[in-house]
Write a protein that binds this ligand. Structure first.
Ligand SMILES: *Cc1c(COP(=O)(O)O)cnc(C)c1O
Length: 500
């Protein structure tokens, strides 16, 4: 199987090259040139298999230039019981006879980004070897919170890699900051940037596009790379857990082989929901994809009208990992729906960068309407979803999952559809303890309390134990106290790599 660019189909590379380069040189994203198909019998064979085997089932069909041994080594290194605090890696929680939460947050940083970022470093270093690249990889990340920590945990102590994470000095939650400044590992660095997320992100972009600096790095045997969500190596591991959820539903007798399910995904960059669409294209029986947004509801409007328009106010919400106005992975989806027409996709993306909007053809719009349903939840509705789910079922969700649950309730009300539904649960409630406790007990419940008191209280209220990685933060020492100006970021990288 080869990978082609969404903006130029004549670009054809192996999966190892697609993972190594991340983005095609003309700005397009890599997509497989054919989508592998599986039969219901193949899917049925997953019932008795563990997560490693399920991962091999999917990865081996897409990363066809990797050997079995290479893939199994990557999978075994990523999904361990020590890192995931659960035997099944992505357990399914039955809420009632029609709704199931697919818990994707048992990894080391308590958010679903671990599902991909635990394996990406191994796929990346293997891709480097396979393409005879002998330089050391330097990963640069600008983060608004979740991605930075997940990337640090994924890359720490992976030989042949270094990682530097920049976060906005006043733009991440207390827990997120603690998670990053206490990071261990012999190849990691973390720095706060004076400014907001955009400042950190433009600083990183500037380093990436500085040819002189890249030459300097190259002369010192380093090569820059990125861990962001448009890399194919981050998308493909996410396809696995949709098959895994279906296999668990079969295993538990909740569905019969061939029954269709619905999928609800709290969406930001459109990566997670796109992974479920790839699973469907491979043969997973899906009835509807329900795309849930917070107040940054650019995708809700797009799915309903066919016009993507990012010209709107940006809202900082209690589900910050979904505060996104440009959903990069949508480009892959449009490419597949649009008869793989690279010219049209290029035009739409040019229009997006020049005018902030584009409209798809009536044909693409009607295909989306058939398969997708979209809605959004505002802050009040999100809080209400957390409270009512806890009252009714004793199940406590984080703020992102709550957006999905709220939109799912709107869907069942509007469509009267009782199809069994898998709701992607993307973060541990402990990671967003402040908002969750306010939802459960009002503002007085949190006033004047420190993070660790809040974790304890949430543990009591939810009857869940505090994830080890968060509880441990209390006794960890702060290793990184670097605070830099925007224009010092390159120097931070050079200092860390000891080059000048
Ligand atoms: C990143 C993230 C999302 C959004 O996922 P996308 O793949 O960007 O759509 C949702 N919830 C949480 C907790 C996240 O970290």
């Amino acid at each position: 199987m080869q990978y082609q660019s969404t903006r130029n189909k004549s670009v054809k590379v192996t999966s190892a090259e697609a993972i190594k380069t991340g983005l095609s040189s003309e700005g397009g994203l890599f997509v497989p040139d054919s989508i592998p198909s599986v039969t219901l019998e193949d899917i049925n064979s997953l019932v008795g298999k563990d997560y490693h085997e399920r991962a091999y089932f999917v990865l081996s069909r897409f990363l066809t230039d990797f050997s079995e041994d290479e893939l199994r080594t990557c999978i075994n290194a990523a999904y361990t019981k020590e890192k995931f605090e659960t035997d099944t890696i992505a357990p399914l929680y039955k809420l009632n006879d029609s709704a199931y939460f697919l818990e994707l947050w048992h990894g080391p940083t308590c958010a679903f980004k671990d599902m991909a970022l635990q394996i990406l470093p191994h796929l990346l270093t293997t891709s480097m070897k396979k393409t005879n690249e002998d330089k050391e990889i330097v990963i640069l990340v600008a983060t608004s919170g979740d991605t930075g920590k997940a990337a640090l945990e994924g890359f720490k102590d992976v030989s042949g890699t270094r990682i530097v994470v920049f976060y906005p000095d006043n733009g991440v939650s207390e827990i997120q900051k603690l998670q990053m400044v206490t990071q261990d590992g012999n190849n990691v660095s973390v720095a706060a940037v004076k400014g907001n997320f955009d400042d950190a992100q433009s600083g990183v972009k500037k380093i990436f596009t500085d040819d002189e600096y890249k030459t300097l790095l190259s002369n010192n045997h380093f090569k820059l790379s990125s861990a962001n969500s448009i890399n194919w190596g981050r998308l493909v591991p996410q396809i696995v857990y949709y098959f895994s959820a279906y296999a668990d539903l079969l295993k538990n007798g909740e569905i019969k082989l061939g029954d269709k399910i619905n999928v609800v995904v709290p969406t930001g960059n459109f990566g997670n929901i796109l992974a479920s669409y790839y699973a469907y294209r491979m043969g997973l029986p899906v009835n509807k994809f329900i795309c849930a947004s917070n107040e940054n509801n650019v995708l809700t409007d797009f799915i309903r009208t066919g016009t993507y328009d990012k010209n709107r106010p940006f809202h900082a919400t209690i589900s910050p990992s979904m505060d996104i106005l440009i959903s990069s992975n949508l480009e892959r989806f449009l490419f597949h729906l649009n008869g793989e027409n690279d010219k049209t996709v290029s035009e739409w993306m040019t229009s997006l960068s020049e005018n902030g909007k584009y409209s798809v053809s009536p044909d693409v719009k009607s295909q989306i309407e058939k398969l997708f349903w979209a809605d959004c939840a505002n802050e009040t509705e999100t809080m209400e979803a957390i409270r009512s789910c806890s009252d009714k079922y004793g199940y406590v969700m984080d703020t992102h999952t709550a957006v999905a649950k709220s939109v799912y309730d709107k869907y069942t009300k509007a469509a009267g559809d009782g199809t069994k539904t898998v709701i992607a649960s993307t973060a541990s409630p402990f990671k967003f303890n402040q908002s969750v406790l306010i939802a459960l007990g009002g503002h007085n419940a949190v006033a004047g309390k420190d993070e660790f008191t809040l974790l304890e209280e949430l543990s009591q209220k939810s009857d869940m134990s505090i994830p080890k990685s968060l509880a441990m933060l209390k006794n960890k020492s702060r290793v990184f106290d670097i605070v830099c100006e925007k224009n010092q970021m390159q120097q931070i990288v050079s200092d860390f790599l000891k080059i000048d």
